[in-house]
Design a protein around this ligand. Sequence first.
Ligand SMILES: Cc1ncc(COP(=O)(O)O)c(C=O)c1O
Length: 386
Amino acid sequence: MTTMKTAPAGSSKSAPATDRVFNFSAGPGVLPEEVLRIVQQDVWNIGGSGIGILEHSHRGKVADQVFAECDADCRKVGNIPANYKVLFQTGGASAQNHLVPMNFMPAGTTADYIVTGHWAQKSFDAAAALAKFPGGAFGTANLAFSSKDKNHSYIPSKDQLKFSSRPAYVHYCTNNTLYGTEWHRLPETPAGVPLVCDMSSDIYSRPVDISRYALIYAGAQKNVGPAGATLVIIRDDFMEQGGRFIPDLMQYRVFAPEFSRPNTPPVFAVYVMGQVFKWILRSGGLAAMHKHNEAKAKLVYDVLDSTKFYEPHARADSRSLMNITFRLPSDDLADRFVKEAKAQGLDGLKGHRSVGGIRASMYNALPRAGCEALAQFMREFERKNG
Ligand SMILES: Cc1ncc(COP(=O)(O)O)c(C=O)c1O
């Protein structure tokens, strides 16, 4: 497989090539340029095989190596304990919203959901819908908390979490992509209750203690790869508790042998994800990523904190390092901001309609230079329009 020497993630060498712009898209999002260069080559001919990665059999030697390396590198990056499986699935994080309760919320049980945004609400809704499943095959979902009262602008305190008496698991979402909030601690769940987490928009952006979770899932397309693969990290004993009466391909255990290939897997997406893991390792691992992401976010939050022209959406203690959300004094000004920023090579800044204004997504692969350019653009835009 192709390897390449690298500059650290925050260095000036990670500035974009001249025919690319800074990509602030919420996802699919920016990928590391050196990964894209490796991918270009491997699409043509991977590892001297004379065949590109898109054309190889998922059961051949090249795919064997791609899956084994992706698994090993994912484990290295996340320091994943040996009693966990790494699974590569399809269907995005949204499919997990159904698979999790189908597997772990059998009849007679209750699963607790902490709702801190749109995607966490979707997770709760998917579980709650199963209560109406014919034959009463599944349990019920309990809403342990919702931040809807303040348009999901904050992460709850410990006292705001109201768990049921013996939840089958607690589900939460670490980073709320639409609203720009992020958990900076683990939720204080009842002792011994399995914790299930949607980490789609901040997975591997900072060190994570995997051993605190029973199951983590993430669509790859923000921090760890392209759309098409869903990363699942699951503890062995939890996986074995999963339902056996649901169809095979909905049972996690079916994906565990042979690196997730019960059917044709998303080979290309897994391959790119593997290259992103190698890039994270070469860049210094998750501690370095975290430092890089903190420094980048600070550049933009410092502008927000220095003025009343921009109104941040997230409460200060709940701010995300991945998605920064703010409004301008009018929708017209916000539209102009997006247009003028794009003309200056800052793309993908339009906020989601549920918050309005601007959303700057600054995933691992977005170079620091992009955040510097955005901060400078914000100051200049205010000077002209404030
Ligand atoms: C936190 C979070 N969860 C879930 C999803 C849905 O992911 P998918 O489109 O992969 O189903 C998204 C997509 O933006 C997200 O940001």
